[in-house]
Design a protein around this ligand. Structure first.
Ligand code: NDP
Length: 319
């Protein structure tokens, strides 16, 4: 049972995620609920779904039918991506996605690291044969154009970090953004312009009907020859066959991919062995129990108070 400070509603919160997550989250959530002034009985198992008010939810938990949860008031996704739940027709209550300072910081670090890897041509030194003194003057960040598709919680934070390092950053989003410190494009004309000026293109879009296969052969052809693609967004944003062709022709110089259509990436997938592809196993970032629990507690408090949720998903838009 969970009671918001000064409110009238009492809530039961179900934690629905893979079993190993429960010990990672339980204490953090309980501490966060206490900190937010909500006194909760938090459970990971239930006898009666009708008594559940809020579900803290991971899409791989196995829970797919929300129908029996007849008193449900909100579902709080543990992940930033909601593509696996957004079309669930049994879900009839508000859905919040995860925006977590720890998750954001992790993504900044992954994106910055991989941008710097290519910018500084670090591979040349790692793979350099002994005795091969390859002196060169590296470009400065201001000479490297980085394009970021998606200017949400993650894309905007990565753009800010790269701007602060001096990179020539531009971004693209669905709606117009007023980013004073870097050019921000939107719409299909804007996408074309952004891709054409991206020596390094970073995908931080959600996977929706509108973004599926967005990076196809035509758009890859707009990149400057030899550009680098970083995809920590979702595998379905990219047409894999078109990417492999672009890598073969040299149109794309390197692709560093963290997300894939099928995960884990099957052992026989050509990305594993392609000399100009780096695979990272969906580790660009992760929800961090300590920081995420505070965000969840604030949303549970809001449910108890009848206030609007933070980070509400627009189910029509799919993100
Ligand atoms: P947000 O919802 O905060 O931001 C999404 C951004 O994408 C917004 O700027 C939005 O535009 C833009 N966008 C959405 N649809 C379109 C479209 N059709 N055309 C142009 N722009 C569009 O998401 P987050 O930043 O929190 O996360 C982004 C994605 O990162 C997640 O959905 C997930 O797939 C991925 N991710 C990957 C992780 C990993 O470890 N690899 C970890 C966490 C997330 P607008 O601003 O106009 O609404």
């Amino acid at each position: 049972m969970c009671t918001g400070r000064g409110d009238t509603l009492s809530l039961n919160v179900l934690f629905a995620a893979l079993p190993h997550r429960w010990p990672q989250y339980r204490k953090q959530l309980e501490a966060a609920f206490a900190g937010a002034g909500v006194d909760c009985t938090l459970v990971n198992e239930i006898d009666d779904p009708a008594r559940v008010d809020v579900i803290v939810y991971a899409p791989n938990s196995g829970l797919e039918d929300f129908g029996p949860f007849t008193n449900l008031k909100a579902v709080l996704n543990l992940w930033a991506g909601v593509e696996d739940i957004v079309d669930n027709t049994t879900l009839q209550v508000p859905l919040a996605r995860m925006v977590d300072p720890g998750l954001t910081q992790g993504m900044i670090e992954w994106v910055t690291a991989h941008v710097l890897r290519h910018h500084l041509e670090i591979d040349l030194d790692i793979t350099c044969p002994p005795g091969d003194w390859r002196y060169r003057v590296p470009k400065l960040a201001s000479q490297q154009r980085v394009g970021i598709l998606g200017l949400g919680s993650l894309g905007a934070a990565c753009a800010d970090a790269l701007v602060s390092l001096g990179f020539d950053v531009a971004g693209w989003s669905r709606t117009a953004h007023d980013a004073s410190h870097f050019p921000a494009f939107h719409g299909s004309d804007g996408l074309e312009q952004l891709i054409q000026r991206s020596d390094i293109l970073v995908l931080l879009l959600p996977l929706t009907e509108a973004t599926s296969d967005l990076i196809d052969a035509e758009r890859l052809a707009l990149l400057p020859k030899g550009a680098v693609l970083l995809n920590p967004g979702r595998g379905g944003l990219v047409d894999d066959a078109a990417l492999l062709e672009a890598l073969e022709s040299g149109q794309v110089g390197h692709a560093t991919l963290d997300t894939f259509r099928v995960e884990p990436l099957p052992p026989d997938h050509p990305f594993w062995t392609h000399p100009r592809v780096t695979v990272t196993p969906h580790i660009a970032s992760a929800t961090r129990p300590e920081t995420a629990s505070r965000v969840i507690a604030e949303n549970v408090r809001r449910v108890a108070m009848g206030a609007p949720l933070l980070h509400l998903v627009d189910r029509g838009l799919g993100y």
